[in-house]
Design a protein around this ligand. Structure first.
Ligand code: PMP
Length: 460
């Protein structure tokens, strides 16, 4: 690696003095240096000390789906920027039009793409659409939005109101009214729901959503917002039969289905979108991280034509969607997203994801045979989790300190793995793995080996 500067310690000190990092307690930087990532290529990144890491988390937060150092994305973005960098979204742009068409070609039944910048923002757009439909179409009824325990939809105040991870919300209330929680669907912890695991669990878990709808009144509920596979809340794929029943419930009570694909979208699960594994037809789909693999900021709120049509009645001058995202008019996002999608197609990365999923799951299951601390391996595609427990019988979660020690051990071995929300008793105990979709068998083996060593040392 070529360090692009002469004095790494000056960079570290500038960071320590002035950067407010995300999601971290800065007291720790009094004794350890902040980690500074300098360069990336493929599956690997190098930090400022020159140390090489294999990145099993695609940029820490399941984002860099096509891997680092893609010159063709950089070239496409550069070419676009010198031609036109920005124009506000009341007008169109060439990459904006082209990417919308490409994206919709991968999403049968959906029709319209609304551009924004972050996952939170895309979700806010979806929530605002639902609220406006409530006012315009339902005479003020159907204004509530259901969200699920353990799911996460973003960091802004509206998205936090729809947040199923209490520790993220705890210090930031009060929140907007009209967001109502439904129970989670994690079969491994069926006992928390008073349900039995097994063949009927998925339908029973979906029926818990119906119970909430009936309690609140179906004419008050406008939408149900769910992650297709819960990410930060524990890497939870849906149980058998869950989605069919969820779709049925939404149709029965005329509730819009909003799927948050911020993590699952654009290949992560081995399909273009996570929901496509389950044969469901959403009304609103939001996406962000993998859309341009972090080469530019872009998010999309995609809707059916039927949702879009509700905003087209010009007999009412207030009826259009009165919303803007200034930087939704940046052209770098769709220019990068077009190349990102082309790479996934040309390099057959969806197929690679499915092949590497098998290798990763096999590897983790082999570790589970050796280490009682692995309670369950679960996920979809190159988006896997290993729930760690103190005791397989009681399923008592492994403590935060032990999970932290495993992450630190992997990091010392040069492998970056993640864990679900820290500091939530009972919910911080799932190791997360989401390598880039270009991962090879050797990469996967190296990741599994590092976890093996780390768990072994933690238990000894
Ligand atoms: N939805 C999900 C499922 C997410 O995991 C995240 C981010 N981790 C978001 C929304 C919010 O995205 P952003 O941080 O880009 O606002």
């Amino acid at each position: 690696m070529n360090l692009p500067f002469n004095d790494p310690s000056a960079i570290v000190e500038a960071d320590r003095a002035h950067v407010w990092h995300h999601l971290i307690q800065h007291k720790s930087f009094e004794t350890v240096d902040p980690r500074i990532i300098v360069e990336g290529k493929g599956m690997r990144v190098w930090d400022i000390t020159g140390k090489e890491h294999i990145d099993a988390m695609s940029g820490g937060v399941w984002t860099v789906n096509v891997g680092y150092g893609r010159e063709r994305i950089a070239d496409a973005v550069r070419d676009q920027l010198v031609k036109l960098n920005f124009f506000a979204g009341a007008a169109g742009t060439i990459p904006g039009s082209q990417f919308a068409e490409r994206l919709i070609s991968k999403m049968p039944g959906l029709a319209r793409v609304y551009y924004a910048n972050s996952g939170s923002e895309a979700n806010e757009k979806g929530f605002k659409m639902v609220r406006q439909i409530a006012h315009k179409v339902h005479g003020g009824k159907k204004w509530k939005i259901l969200y699920r325990d353990r799911d996460y939809h973003g960091t802004t105040m509206g998205a936090l109101a729809a947040g199923g991870q209490d520790e993220r919300n705890a210090q930031y209330g009060p929140f907007a009214p009209g967001f109502v929680r439904v129970p989670h669907c994690i079969e491994y912890r069926a006992h928390e729901l008073g349900l039995e695991p097994g063949p009927g669990f998925g339908v029973a878990a979906a029926n818990l959503i119906e119970e909430v709808i009936l309690r609140e009144g179906p004419d008050t509920i406008g939408a149900l917002c769910l992650e297709p596979v819960t990410a930060g809340g524990g890497v939870v794929p849906p149980p058998e039969g869950y989605w069919d029943r969820v779709q049925e419930i939404c149709r029965q009570y005329e509730i819009l289905l909003h799927i948050d694909e911020v993590v699952c979208g654009v290949g992560r699960t081995g399909a273009w979108f996570g929901y496509q594994h389950y044969g469901i037809q959403p009304d609103i789909v939001t996406m962000a991280k993998g859309v341009a693999s972090g080469y530019a900021a872009i998010s999309c709120c995609v809707t059916t034509e039927a949702v879009f049509e509700q905003f087209k009645d010009d007999s009412d001058p207030m009826s259009y969607f009165r919303d803007i995202s200034t930087f939704g008019g940046c052209t770098a996002g769709p220019a990068a997203a077009l190349e990102n999608m082309a790479i996934i197609e040309e390099e057959n990365l969806l197929e690679n994801t499915i092949r590497m999923e098998e290798r990763l799951v096999d590897g983790l299951n082999r570790l589970a045979e050796r280490h009682d601390a692995i309670g369950q391996v679960r996920g979809k595609g190159l988006f896997q989790g290993a729930e760690l427990v103190k005791n397989r019988e009681s399923k008592e979660p492994l403590g935060e300190k032990e999970v932290g020690a495993i992450l630190a051990d992997c990091m010392a071995q040069g492998v970056i793995v993640g864990a679900t929300n820290r500091s939530v008793p009972g919910r911080n105990n799932t190791l997360c793995l989401s390598p880039a979709l270009i991962a090879t068998a050797d990469d996967i083996d190296q990741i599994v080996e590092a976890i093996d060593g780390a768990i072994g040392r933690m238990l000894s």
